[in-house]
Design a protein around this ligand. Structure first.
Ligand SMILES: Nc1ncnc2c1ncn2[C@@H]1O[C@H](COP(=O)(O)OP(=O)(O)OP(=O)(O)O)[C@@H](O)[C@H]1O
Ligand SMILES: [Mg+2]
Length: 358
């Protein structure tokens, strides 16, 4: 059992750099939580504080109801998979996986059983006598997971464990990690800068920037209702289209204005101001109902199942995802229908969403 709570936690490194500032976070027992954000935003620092590998400068960290600020790493019921895997090169795969158990003086029979079970789950039984140098990247990665698994920890920490793998292996390993979470019933905290990985794995995602939390929510909440421009831009591929313009009122109804473009935004409250309109590439429909978007095709890029269009609307280039049955060529005029409810609206000064709940 482990619920993990950060209460106003700040981490300052010896050189004075603040890596994490005033972090408040409540991770439920057995949750799969993903820390997501760009390089340097404080993800690893946060994970290392849970592991007990970094001291906390200010604030309180709790496991269940116990303050663990001063509990050393080996007394926390935590296992960690590092980005580098950190396998022992001179040991076999078996001994690498068994290492933590030997340190804890687990009996030989129990140790053997736990290593064999983990190897079986990870499908590396045939590799147990090899050394790490004789393994592929994906195999090494599974050994690193195995080493953490056999500990049967209450808290399982992973720092970008898939970043060294090729694209297809990454996708199959995602499924394995998700499966592992179901089997192990531990609390998982997983660090990545890959938004797609976060969206597939997480129960909840914490989006970080410059050592602070930007938003916490389920993958759906984060993707569908980003609280600011940063979160909106960080999730989604290709990224969300952002159009600067003005919020105006015509006959009491709000609309977005930019050049010749006018898009009604019925549900929006508040007075005139400068805004940024966000349109996800997939949020365009066939022309007909609702507000229309007119433009000229600049580029058409097939991408297997669908295609991406670069469309010039006035002076703005939008990237849109459409079915591959839409046959268009560069230079052709094209129109789309928009669903105002799927448009994102942000204040241009603060970057914050102007949508009700957000
Ligand atoms: N030992 C250290 N001493 C001083 N500053 C550090 C130390 N470790 C990290 N930092 C700084 O703290 C900030 C957060 O670093 P952290 O490693 O947590 O980022 P990250 O989100 O894990 O990034 P990445 O995706 O690149 O791994 C960065 O600005 C980094 O330069
Ligand atoms: Mg890191």
């Amino acid at each position: 059992m482990a619920r993990i709570r950060f209460q106003s936690v700040t981490k300052r490194y010896a050189n004075g750099a603040t890596a994490v500032a005033g972090l408040d976070l409540d991770i439920a027992d057995q949750e799969f939580l993903v820390l997501l954000g760009p390089s340097g935003c404080g993800k690893s620092t946060t994970l290392n504080m849970i592991a007990g590998l970094e001291e906390i400068s200010e604030g309180v960290l709790l496991f269940d109801d116990q303050i663990v600020n001063n509990v050393p790493a080996h007394k926390r019921d935590v296992a960690m998979v590092f980005q580098s895997y950190a396998l022992y090169p001179h040991m076999t795969v078996f001994e690498n996986i068994a290492f933590g158990l030997r340190m804890r003086r687990v009996g030989e029979a129990d140790l053997r059983m736990r290593v064999m079970q983990a190897a079986d789950k990870l499908e590396i039984t045939h590799l147990l006598e090899r050394r790490p140098s004789q393994l592929s990247g994906g195999q090494r990665q599974r050994v690193a997971l195995g080493r953490a698994m056999v500990r049967e920890p209450a808290v399982f920490l992973m720092d970008e464990p898939l970043s060294n793998l090729d694209a297809s292996l990454r996708i199959s390993m995602r499924a394995q990690i998700r499966h592992l979470h179901t089997q192990m019933r531990s609390t998982f905290v997983y660090v990545t800068h890959d938004q797609a990985e976060a969206l597939t794995l997480a129960d909840r995602i914490v989006v970080m920037k410059d050592g602070t939390i930007q938003q916490i929510g389920t993958p759906d909440e984060i993707y569908e209702s980003p609280t600011n421009v940063f979160v909106a831009s960080f999730l989604g591929s290709p990224t969300i289209n952002l159009l600067e313009g003005a919020l105006e009122r015509e006959n009491g109804a709000a609309c977005f204005k930019r050049g010749t473009l006018t898009i009604p935004l019925p549900a929006l409250q508040g007075g005139a101001r400068n805004i940024v309109l966000g349109l996800r590439p997939e949020d365009v429909g066939t022309p007909g109902d609702g507000p229309q978007l007119h433009g000229v095709v600049d580029t058409a890029m097939p991408s297997g199942a669908d295609q991406f269009l670069g469309v010039l609307v006035d002076d703005a280039m939008l990237f849109l995802r459409v079915g591959k049955d839409v046959r268009v060529r560069a230079g052709e005029a094209i129109s789309f229908g928009l669903n105002p409810e799927r448009l994102h609206v942000f204040d241009r000064e603060t970057g914050r969403s102007l949508r009700g709940a957000a």
